[in-house]
Design a protein around this ligand. Structure first.
Ligand code: FMN
Length: 190
């Protein structure tokens, strides 16, 4: 008997941001995607994550910020690279920044809260794919740059868990090799 959820889990692939075009999700689909993304295991119900959405003009506007920060850091940056930074967020109709937000909690250490943010990113991929979109979880330099964090308005306890690019796939990705279970599974023997 086939199981649609298992079929989805066994076949989902990321689609490279370079292969994501219009249209992106409608407002209603976006609400569904974000609602599904926020439905993750979360020890102590801290909701230690939030979303920043980039759509329409906001993508180009943020790109200008990225280009400025990049140029200031890289004296030898080429014009082509600076132009690419300006268009980095234009690669897909929608980019969702998943922001991990770690708070002090004796029962839920930072590691658990960060893992929960990773689960949010994964759920975003699943929900977007389930609605027929392509999606890719990316970090790249801008997820780790303090000035970009400042431009995003991140607080000291916040960092980017991922930029999830979502759009309509222009190509179906090929299957890729997966680890063999024999290589990653052992039975605990005491
Ligand atoms: C936390 C995290 C960060 C990633 N950052 C990048 C990145 O910056 N650039 C990139 O090309 N892929 C990045 N990837 C990998 C992509 O998501 C890639 O498309 C994915 O591993 C393909 O696997 P899939 O088809 O099984 O989903 C990242 C993955 C994770 C989990």
């Amino acid at each position: 008997m086939t199981n649609p959820i298992l079929d989805h889990l066994l076949s989902r692939r990321s689609v490279s941001a370079a292969m994501l075009a219009e249209p992106g999700p409608t407002a209603e689909q976006l609400t569904q995607i974000l609602t599904a993304a926020a439905r993750v295991p979360d020890h102590k119900k801290l909701a230690p994550w939030r979303f920043i959405l980039f759509q329409g003009e906001a993508r180009a506007s943020f790109g200008q910020t990225l280009a400025r920060i990049f140029e200031a850091k890289q004296a030898d940056a080429t014009d082509a690279r600076i132009a690419f930074e300006g268009e980095r967020f234009m690669r897909a109709p929608l980019v969702v920044a998943v922001i991990s937000q770690v708070v002090e909690n004796a029962a839920a250490p930072a590691w658990e809260q960060e893992l929960s943010a990773g689960a949010v990113c994964m759920n975003l991929l699943h929900a977007a794919t389930a609605l027929g979109f392509g999606a890719q979880w990316i970090t790249e330099w801008c997820a780790f740059d303090p000035e970009v964090a400042g431009a995003l308005g991140l607080a000291g306890n916040e960092r980017v868990a991922g930029f999830v690019y979502i759009g309509t796939a222009t190509e179906k990705p090929d299957e890729r090799d997966r680890p063999r279970l024999e290589d990653i599974v052992t039975a605990y023997r005491g």
